[in-house]
Design a protein around this ligand. Structure first.
Ligand SMILES: C[S@@+](CC[C@H](N)C(=O)[O-])C[C@H]1O[C@@H](n2cnc3c(N)ncnc32)[C@H](O)[C@@H]1O
Length: 169
């Protein structure tokens, strides 16, 4: 997403990657994405003035932010009027049979393989649990609407395993 953003901003714009975890930033920097600046900070208290950005995207990140509403309020605050927000996050499949298969995979197979590969089965158990605890797409839309976002569009990917919420300020 950072690379895509940088390809759009060109030489005159600025693309920022924002994460609170130093090690994650260092991993990102290894990808040497041209035109991207990395900033370490808390998404619940963004270190930028109001109405600083034309667009803000968050990919597989908001689920990890402790107070999701605060995170979205901060995104809203730093967006310019008419600015675009895009959130890509895991969710739950719509189809009951597909959801059953996905649950077997994410609660049984993934922790087993993840545990074998990394020695940390717990990390791969917390991951599906955090997806189950995350608001459903229509619930997240209501949260965004309450904050003030408009023109909210939901786009489900692979039967709802992942969902894109896009909206405007
Ligand atoms: C699942 S990782 C995804 C990282 C990256 N978006 C990617 O797709 O490679 C979630 C990230 O959210 C970051 N994170 C969690 N809470 C945060 C917060 N309050 N402020 C900033 N970053 C946060 C974590 O440090 C972690 O790097």
């Amino acid at each position: 997403m950072a690379a895509l953003s940088a390809s759009r901003t060109g030489d005159t714009g600025v693309s920022l990657v924002y994460d609170m975890n130093r090690k994650m930033i260092e991993q990102g920097k290894k990808k040497s994405i041209k035109g991207v600046t990395f900033v370490q900070g808390d998404a619940e208290c963004l270190s930028f003035p109001d109405e600083s950005f034309d667009a803000v995207s968050i990919g597989f990140g908001i689920r990890n932010v402790t107070h999701l509403e605060t995170g979205f309020k901060e995104i809203f605050r730093v967006l310019k009027r008419g600015g675009k927000m895009c959130c890509l996050e895991f969710s739950k499949p719509d189809n009951p049979f597909f959801r059953f298969l996905y649950d077997v995979y994410s609660f049984r197979i993934m922790p087993f393989i993840g545990g074998l590969m990394t020695g940390s089965k717990e990390a791969y158990t917390a991951f599906p649990e955090s997806i189950r605890a995350f608001p459903l797409p229509h619930e997240l839309s209501l949260i965004l609407k309450d904050i003030g976002f408009k023109d909210i569009i939901i786009q489900k990917l692979t039967n709802g395993i992942a969902v894109i919420h896009s909206a405007k300020k």
